[in-house]
Write a protein that binds this ligand. Structure first.
Ligand SMILES: [Zn+2]
Length: 238
């Protein structure tokens, strides 16, 4: 139904469009993914311009017409995340986070935990240079999987329920597996297992640390779970 509405949003991606416009991919708390056009934003005198950069958290007034794209008529900044843009590593992590949301949550179905998670990740990347480490990037992906309904089973064997000897991970079974259910799995050491469980249980700001080898195993477990269950392939977190 055509009309005007207000929403908060994170700008996931911004694409040049026509002479002076931009098409924005937005993630919103109440409407999930929204596509919008921001008219004239590439003109120097634009009122909207600077507030609609990627990674910005904004309050918007939008008009919904008959077409697929809404039109933005007003934008107020909630958090510009200006500091993260000054650090290459933080900027890359923010790009990865937005890319993961773009690929994994592409519907208009609202998902408030996913929205809050993205806001939290961007705020942490903005406030702390050290938030751009590999561990937190992996924790973000794992929590995003949880928000999207694809969290791996980590407490007991995903195939038979056995609680001990969980030394492997099976994407098709959907989590850690015991020695008897190893078919189609790869090794997941104790440290990687502990990292995944801790990252899922703790807030993003308290992401546990782990050695590179354990993080590489955790990365594989997260990536293959995403590929197998959500059919989304993202670049690995390095
Ligand atoms: Zn088993």
């Amino acid at each position: 139904m055509p009309g005007t509405f207000k929403t908060e949003a994170i700008v996931l991606r911004s694409i040049r469009y026509g002479e002076a416009d931009r098409v924005l991919h937005l993630y919103t708390p109440d409407r999930g993914r929204v596509g919008a056009v921001a008219k004239g934003v590439r003109r120097i005198k634009s009122r909207l311009g600077g507030r609609l950069e990627p990674f910005s958290r904004v309050k918007l007034v939008m008009h919904e017409g008959r077409g697929e794209l809404c039109t933005i008529s007003q934008a107020d900044s909630v958090h510009a995340h200006a500091s993260l843009r000054e650090r290459r590593a933080s900027l890359e992590r923010a790009t990865q986070a937005c890319e993961a949301v773009l690929r994994l949550l592409d519907s208009t179905e609202p998902n408030r935990p996913a929205y809050n998670l993205l806001c939290n990740e961007l705020a942490l990347l903005d406030q702390h240079a050290e938030a751009a480490g590999r561990a937190q990037a992996l924790a973000f992906r794992l929590k995003l999987l949880l928000a999207a309904g694809f969290a791996p089973e980590l407490a007991s064997c995903a195939a038979c329920g056995e609680a001990e000897h969980l030394g492997a991970f099976s994407p098709s079974a959907g989590g850690v597996v015991c020695a008897g259910c190893e078919a189609g799995s790869f090794p997941l050491g104790e440290e990687a297992h502990r990292f995944l469980a801790g990252a899922l249980a703790k807030p993003l700001s308290e992401t546990p640390q782990a050695h590179e080898a354990a993080l590489a195993q955790a990365d594989r477990a997260i990536a293959e779970t995403m590929e197998y269950h959500a059919h989304v392939r993202l670049r690995r977190v390095t």
